[in-house]
Design a protein around this ligand. Sequence first.
Ligand SMILES: *Cc1c(COP(=O)(O)O)cnc(C)c1O
Length: 235
Amino acid sequence: MQDRKQELADNAAEVREALALAARRAGREPGDVTLVAVSKIKPASDVRALAEAGQMDFGENYVQEAVAKQEELADLDLRWHFIGGLQSNKAKFVAGKFALVHSVDSAKLARALDKKALERDTVQDILLQVNIAGEVQKSGVAAEELPALAEEVMGMEGVRLQGLMTMPPFFDDPERARPVFARLRELKEALEKQLGTSLPHLSMGMTGDFVPAVEEGATLVRIGTRIFGARAPKG
Ligand SMILES: *Cc1c(COP(=O)(O)O)cnc(C)c1O
């Protein structure tokens, strides 16, 4: 148990160091990049151990698993990020219960979150997930549909648009993901002009590709494997 705690703390510290180096290389401040530790499929005890080492932002993909961990760890002051595919009929489990929902990719889902957030007298911060490479099996709104979706979301009082998220295709060479990250930044800048407001966040970069993501402007990186080790397939 103690060994596991040390291992997790060491891994997170190494990731933080690599993030800081990448930020500095790009002329950015390390403090501008938040590490979201992706704890999906990993036990609540791992989350608790990391929290004791000062890691407070955690990302989860599956609603039931996330809610169970939130309940088990309710004594901790954690910031939970919902980063997985979400059906609008599950919005009730998410709205108002996560610091940020990264994976909003349809007006239907945004409307469901908006409705539940308003019922709970709160505002849900969200990102729009963009499918930049146009991969058919990946979720995310197409870049061409982003302006209309963003416009609609801006009219909702129960959700607040904070930026964009993307998940590039898997490449052996992380440099190949760089154009995808650069494109997401350009889309955010175009959206800021269109909407006349600034959007603080770009959620991009995972274990295999966080260095180019930070160099291209990520403010949130979502890292699982590099911190927690390999995941068993979800069964
Ligand atoms: C699982 C997952 C991650 C973390 O992936 P790693 O390669 O383990 O770092 C990040 N983002 C999303 C959306 C994920 O589903």
